[in-house]
Ligand binder design. Structure first.
Ligand SMILES: [Zn+2]
Ligand SMILES: [Zn+2]
Length: 300
């Protein structure tokens, strides 16, 4: 399987700290570079992480709170200066088109083609091997959770091909598509020489209240990246600001039967000992880790 790489470019919340910048995640798969949120300073985080800004192909905006979007004008200006030559596809909840009109009015002189898509529920982009999905979440303003879904894929079993003495042929491509073929007079059944490689589901819930629809959306994800702004002792604040606690995130991971939970969007109040969030979450869902800026992981 082609690997998916995920880099945390910002894991803090509304006020950046020495250790944590505003929210941004960069997912790479083949030629795709999918940036999820773009808090202030994200373009510099790219440089620190040694990533190329021009690799961005799509920007997914969860919602229009400052800590998730204030890096957009600067990033667009930089892309323009770097000679970005693709069309940048931008996806976000209702209001995204209007907000981009305002950014364009800033007259900061970026000249890159943008395509803005307002998305709410379901698949909004798809290729033969992956899909991007969104689902609205409750956060006081239009907000989306996102999923990157790597599809199941039929793969040829090289050992079986060798065993059956099937020679190299352009028809192998058809076998890999599930079609039976005749190679050098010999009928070869696709199901005899192929196997189904399971895809991967990566879901991102950034800024949300808990709710049953969120659990449905992230159901059985291989990886759930989820905000955990507060501890449950601050549950009232979490409710007031429409955020999740570490324990909410863990309950979500447990009920959705995800494989791995990564907490992010950490409040500065836990800067001295962010492990308190992990300790709370792990009591409910063991396979939990806490993201730090510049953490990078490869999902095979
Ligand atoms: Zn936020
Ligand atoms: Zn927010």
């Amino acid at each position: 399987m082609e690997s998916v790489n995920l880099t945390f470019l910002g894991t803090g919340n509304s006020i950046p700290t020495k250790l944590r910048n505003h929210t941004a995640l960069f997912l790479r798969y083949r030629d795709e570079g999918i940036l999820i949120d773009c808090g202030e300073g994200t373009q510099r985080q790219f440089s620190v992480a040694g990533l190329s800004h021009c690799k961005i192909t799509r920007l997914l905006i969860t919602h229009w709170h400052g800590d998730h979007i204030l890096g957009i004008p600067g990033l667009l200006q930089t892309l323009s200066q770097l000679g970005y030559s693709k069309t940048l596809h931008i996806y976000g909840p209702t209001g995204t088109k209007r907000f981009f009109t305002l950014i364009e009015q800033l007259n900061i002189g970026f000249k890159i083609p943008l395509e803005i898509h307002e998305v709410s529920s379901g698949v909004f982009f798809e290729t033969s091997d992956f899909a991007l999905l969104s689902d609205p979440v409750e956060h006081g303003i239009p907000s989306n959770a996102y999923t990157f879904l790597l599809k199941d894929r039929l793969r040829l079993d090289k050992t079986k091909l060798k065993k059956l003495k099937i020679p190299s042929s352009p028809l192998l491509k058809e076998l890999a598509q599930g079609k039976d073929v005749v190679i050098e007079g010999k009928k070869v059944l696709s199901k005899k020489v192929s196997f189904l490689e399971k895809g991967k589901k990566l879901s991102f819930v950034l800024d949300s209240l808990p709710g049953p629809s969120v659990a449905t959306f992230v159901k059985r994800a291989d990886l759930l990246v989820c905000e955990a702004t507060y501890l449950s002792e601050d549950a009232e604040k979490a409710q007031e600001h429409k955020h999740l606690t570490a324990s909410d995130a863990a309950h979500l991971a447990k009920s959705a039967k995800v494989k791995h939970l990564i907490l992010t969007h950490v409040s500065p109040r836990y800067e001295r000992d962010p492990q308190v969030l992990i300790r709370e979450a792990k009591k409910i869902f063991k396979t939990t880790t806490l993201a730090s800026d510049f953490d990078s992981l490869t999902i095979n």
